[in-house]
Design a protein around this ligand. Structure first.
Ligand SMILES: CC(C)(COP(=O)(O)OP(=O)(O)OC[C@H]1O[C@@H](n2cnc3c(N)ncnc32)[C@H](O)[C@@H]1OP(=O)(O)O)[C@@H](O)C(=O)NCCC(=O)NCCS
Length: 329
């Protein structure tokens, strides 16, 4: 786990308090979070939320594929995953990662949904939360969200965040009702990688020796580090740094949907994006209020795939520099 102490950011802090934590009916009992049996809500009562195991990844991955596929098709958007193998692989990795807390919802011995909490960094990231399309809008998603919020409360994390699919009214309503605040409109940009090195920059793979410098850069911009994600990106060989005059000006745990990046200035982030060999997953996320970056992306042939929304609960600092969030936050 990373350093859990938070450093003051250089921008004003929104110190909206994370506590008192809401009480949730489905709090942990041993390794199983038994849901309260209310006669008024039999659907909810018949659902069990429990810790996910690697053996649950296949069923959960198929649900994830179907849930996003059905949702996107209904709204005329392309699918997020090329096939069920991608979410099955992703959830296999998350369910077995020691720094992820993942849960599944079960009814009648059958998995009907799952959710994950990324605990690699001081701010926890939520998702993907997905429910079998056949039982959606029946409070299963709420219980899966309650479970990760309760876990965050138990661990006293400073804040939790997620990225919401902007066209999905239901998830927006659910997260807002649970207490998440809307922070940033995002555009998911897709297109062929530009593979250009901008004058004055050197872009190279990040190494374990870069982590302290990158963490410092992230703290200056966000008020906290994301070293756990960076370490995973380095181990996977996809993390990059952009240097100018031998100084790291931007880094990314990768460049794509599942990775975050931070730059001192927008131009530093542009150098990092320009050099990327690929944009992993269905594009990368650009905070739309960064007009300079959005316009640069569009001017370089990238296209908007969909819009998304960064939502947060607990500590949040207005970023003091340029950044790309991951699909977790
Ligand atoms: C998003 C998802 C996980 C939510 O799970 P769910 O079981 O369908 O949702 P729930 O029934 O638990 O919660 C929906 C809540 O939103 C409310 N709601 C739904 N549509 C609404 C609308 N248009 N306006 C206001 N409220 C709305 C419901 O009343 C419910 O609130 P309640 O619990 O207070 O009654 C699920 O729908 C899903 O898998 N969707 C596809 C994948 C996806 O989008 N995942 C999230 C990525 S950000």
């Amino acid at each position: 786990m990373g350093d859990w102490s938070l450093q003051s950011p250089s921008s004003p802090v929104d110190s909206e308090k994370f506590s008192p934590w809401p009480e949730f009916p489905g709090r942990k009992e041993g390794s199983t979070m038994a849901v309260s049996k209310s006669s008024a809500d039999s659907q909810k009562a018949s659902t069990t939320i429990r810790r996910a195991t690697q053996a649950d990844a296949e069923a959960s991955g198929k649900i994830c594929f179907d849930a996003f596929g059905t949702l996107n098709a209904r709204h005329g958007f392309p699918t997020d995953f090329p096939g069920p193998e991608a979410p099955i692989g992703l959830l296999t990795w998350m369910f077995s990662h020691p720094s992820f807390f993942c849960v599944v919802a079960e009814r009648g011995g059958k998995i009907i949904g799952s959710n994950c909490l990324d605990e690699r960094t001081p701010i926890a990231g939520v998702g993907p939360v997905t429910v079998d399309p056949g039982v959606q809008n029946g409070r299963v998603g709420r219980q899966l969200m309650d479970a990760v919020i309760a876990r965050s409360a138990e661990r006293n994390v400073a804040g939790i965040r997620l990225v919401q699919t902007a066209f999905h009214n239901r998830s927006l309503a659910l997260y807002a009702k649970l207490g998440f605040a809307i922070r940033e409109p995002l555009a998911c940009l897709e297109g062929p990688p530009l593979q250009k090195i901008l004058p004055g920059y050197q872009v190279r793979p990040a190494t374990p020796e870069d982590v302290a410098t990158c963490n410092d850069l992230c703290r200056r911009i966000h008020g906290h580090e994301r070293g756990g994600e960076l370490a995973d990106g380095i181990a996977q060989g996809i993390a990059v740094v952009a240097e100018r005059g031998g100084v790291i000006k931007a880094y990314g745990s990768g460049v794509g949907f599942f990775h975050h990046a931070v730059g001192e200035e927008t131009s530093d982030l542009i150098a990092l994006i320009s050099a990327a060999e690929e944009f992993a997953g269905p594009g990368f996320l650009v905070p739309m209020r960064n007009s300079e970056l959005l316009r640069w992306c569009l001017g370089n042939g990238l296209r908007v795939r969909q819009m998304m929304t960064l939502m947060t609960m607990g500590l949040y600092n207005e970023p003091a520099g340029a950044y790309l969030p991951s699909v977790l936050y």
